[in-house]
Design a binder for this molecule. Structure first.
Ligand code: NDP
Length: 345
């Protein structure tokens, strides 16, 4: 049998709780022509998955969506054979099909993994969509220059830790904003950021002002809310802001446009100081930039120029708890669940 997690009921609460999901069983699917059956090894847990659910993207009763690292069990799909390690989208499930007719976001194209590039779990992280998100938002969009001051929020998380290190590789001064003290220390001591500031501190605006000293030239926004409000007055003339995500708002009421509200709050300062704001959607960069990204990022990871922390939990049964924890900042590094043994370890 195939075990998988699905949404238990609608309407959904603002933020998920233990009752939001239920574990079901169904026969393991048979691959049709042009399809392969794969067994999930790693399930990637990402904040956007909550947005998917709230927007009703997943059909009722279907396994919750997720990017996964998996191994081919049986293949009727050209170019794939049993034993191959792949990136695909099995979701919160032990088994899934890939190939013809299998629904997935257009830019999440199943591919074979090359285990010599890095750990296979990194294919849903630093060597996959998260790495490309950081690369696109920092290098291709914000383009920090030596000596500039860059601020990254959710700085110890999957995207944030990579984005900050890329800015540092460009010679910028990097300040990370994170939650717990150990996360703020980690970005400085392990990742080489110049400073780490906690958004849990009641004096966040003052702490951030002191940490950035001469103001902010680039802001990589993952959060919104009070964190954005602390950065806003510190923007320098000609600063650039990449809106990657607004996780503080993923539980906002339906119809509330968090981005529009943020732009309204920033409007006067953006205009007066010529701050340019750009929205990032990683899917826009896959076709043109994935190849160069993988080449560059795998070299940086191999050389140690980019370090990458994962938070791996064990067993499909812990997926909802790990997901809820991640949304509340309980993860320390990129959140993953190992659903079956990793044959490369
Ligand atoms: P993370 O690993 O960063 O996990 C989420 C983190 O967000 C938590 O650990 C927590 O860290 C922080 N957080 C949660 N709530 C708040 C809050 N209210 N205020 C401040 N911080 C909060 O997740 P990802 O790296 O996967 O995602 C980071 C961002 O990137 C998200 O906004 C996501 O939607 C976005 N994203 C965007 C993509 C795109 O194409 N634009 C693609 C992929 C991701 P802490 O303990 O430090 O508070």
């Amino acid at each position: 049998m195939n075990r998988y997690w699905t949404l238990s009921a609608r309407p959904l609460p603002a933020w998920p709780g233990p009752d939001t999901f239920e574990l079901r069983e169904a026969p393991i699917p048979e691959p049709g022509p042009g399809q392969a059956l794969t067994r999930t090894i790693y399930v990637s847990l990402d904040p956007y998955q909550w947005g998917y659910k709230r927007r009703g993207v997943e059909p009722p009763g279907a396994p919750c969506h997720a990017r996964t690292v998996a191994q081919v069990v049986e293949s009727r799909m050209e170019g794939f054979e049993a034993g191959d390690l792949v990136f695909n989208t099995n979701g919160w499930a032990e088994y899934g099909l890939m190939g013809e007719g299998v629904q997935r976001p257009a830019y999440m194209i199943p591919r074979k993994l090359d285990p010599t590039l890095g750990r296979i779990s990194q294919a849903v992280g630093v060597l996959g969509m998260l790495g490309l998100t950081a690369y696109a938002g920092m290098i291709l969009m914000a383009d920090p220059r030596p000596g500039e001051t860059v601020v990254v929020s959710a700085a110890s998380g999957g995207v944030g830790q990579i984005a900050g290190q890329l800015a540092r590789l460009r010679g910028a001064r990097v300040v990370g904003i994170a939650g717990r003290e150990e996360k703020c220390r980690f970005v400085v001591e392990e990742l080489g950021f110049d400073a780490g500031v906690s958004h849990l501190s009641p004096t966040l605006p003052q702490d951030l002002r002191a940490a950035v000293a001469g103001g902010v030239d680039v802001y990589f926004e993952n959060v919104g809310g009070a964190v954005f409000d602390a950065v806003l007055p510190l923007f320098n003339r000609g600063a650039r802001m990449t809106i990657c995500g607004l996780i503080a708002h993923y539980g906002d009421e339906a119809g509330v446009d968090a981005r529009a509200a943020l732009m309204r709050r920033g409007e006067a300062i953006f205009r007066k100081r010529g701050v340019s704001v750009r929205d990032l959607f990683v899917g826009d960069f896959v076709a043109e930039h994935e190849h160069a990204f993988l080449r560059d990022m795998s070299a940086w990871v191999a050389s140690g120029d980019v370090r990458y922390r994962e938070d791996i939990r064990e067993g499909l049964e812990v997926v909802p708890a790990a997901f809820i924890e991640m949304l509340q900042g309980g993860n320390f590094g990129k959140m993953l669940v190992r659903a079956s043994p990793d044959p490369t370890l």
